[in-house]
Design a protein around this ligand. Sequence first.
Ligand code: ATP
Ligand code: MG
Length: 582
Amino acid sequence: MLLRMSNLFLRTLREDPADAEVPSHKLLVRGGFVRRTAPGVYTWLPLGKMVLENVSRVVREEMGAIGGQEVLLPALLPREYYEETGRWTEYGDTLFRLQDRKGADYLLGPTHEELFTLLVKGEYSSYKDFPVILYQIQEKFRDEARPRAGVLRGREFHMKDSYSFDIDEEGLQASYDAHRDAYIRVFDRLGLDYVIVSATSGAMGGSASEEFLAVAPTGEDTFVRSTGSDYAANVEAVATPAPPALPIEGLPEARVHHTPDTATIQTLVDFLNAADLGRDFTEADTLKNILVKTRAPGVDEWELLGVGLPGDREVDLKRLEAALEPAEVALLDEAGFAANPFLAKGYIGPRALLDNKVRYLVDPRVVTGTSWVTGADETDHHVVDLVAGRDFAPDGTIDVAEVRDGDPSPDGQGTLYTARGIEIGHIFQLGRKYTDTFQVDALGADGKPRRVTMGSYGIGVSRAVAAIVEQSHDDKGIVWPREVAPADVHVVGTGKGDQIGEALRIARELEARGLRVLVDDRGGVSPGVKFTDAELLGIPTGVIVGRGLKDGVVELRDRGTGAREEVALAEIVDRAVAACRA
Ligand code: ATP
Ligand code: MG
């Protein structure tokens, strides 16, 4: 491949686009890789299209290696199938809906579980047909509430979506594991720095769903990682290690104190420290009890739940939802308190909850032998030295307190800190959600029908392009990893006449040696402009044919390290080939 900048459809820009905030958005537009067509809708220009294709090629190779077969389904889909699974409405405003000339409803596919399920149902019917993995690389459409950062979150974007079909749990696990391994190879080859985090809480089976997050401060996903190991997890999935239980013997007795106007933790701590109780108190010495209501799926009645946690921590609502999934949960409102007069708001203690058969779960740090200041179930009263395992016995633990920087890592190594990432892939054991809806069975060896079980797996192909740039750029431009770079080598003829001619000659030789070559053979463009463009475009290896040519030398450059070296003209082709194959 030889691309000549003298006729390449490319215009680089010196200024950042006005709507761009993150580096990848700025650089992909300035480098002429993409152009905005509408909010969240982008056109891929020649160099950008090459990068997109390179990412797609890596994905295809690794999907092929696990036996995935590529198909291409339509993006324009009739309403009926999404109606059957409920997603026509569930998707809400994110779904692009349209009508044909006869008034029939259609949608633009946001993801294709329905269609793949029906496809397999239509073709396969025996256990011998399974397992099967099908995938496609296709434009997806989602009317995102906040399209952002160029192709990072588009409304039309490229996704690899695959679907596995198996007849039993072991098969599904194997298909899932194969995808996980394939994703690791894909993202390694793309040169991405990423973590794999469990997307659901451990309570639900742990690895039933995992996300691949490219580490980047501009990412929208928060996760925690450890200072002392490669532990990484979604905040929802962090399990707080329980400290060892403490001896109860010899602990002072619990005593109720009159503590007027101390409905908040801070007023309580101030009051205790002002009262002469012989020791200092902090928020962490208090046990605060939060009241929520939960409702299991398919059940009408809400049930009360008390959550006890150290007073220096807030309940993290996302962790609360994850911990109680699939039940719904909401904080108890005024009406809820009014309906349960035994709840002395601001002064709730374990006693009233347990006496009134309210399920009471505590933070894992509330182990036997820990002493607490907590509500005495009477307005303006608290109890001091209430000991877990002696004075109250909770119904169990619930891990929903906010996770903070400096908390111990669950694997016992180092402490946690918060980081941000870009979701580039997602693997998910769907189970029989869709095969139940569409009644997809395979006849087993025993002649009995078996319900097929599914996995669904996505990679954001266009988002990955942006994620790569987020991780691989400097203040001058992009630094493409070689696997995805639009070319291996960028030959720049800086001057006039024979410098450009010589650059072209070298470029042709490099092409003949199998390299993908971009050559700057533009006349009437200053060397400064050419160098600036070369740095912006980010091709990994550069060959500069400039003033040294009259002395028989050219320059070999490495875009990543910035290293520059004078090389004799006679050796440049061999040296450039070696650099590109290193
Ligand atoms: P997000 O949480 O970022 O909205 P998602 O969980 O909705 O993503 P999935 O439905 O799991 O995404 O889609 C599979 C993959 O497609 C994601 O892992 C991501 O890489 C990519 N993707 C999803 N939405 C977009 C988008 N609007 N623009 C670009 N890529 C996207
Ligand atoms: Mg996802």
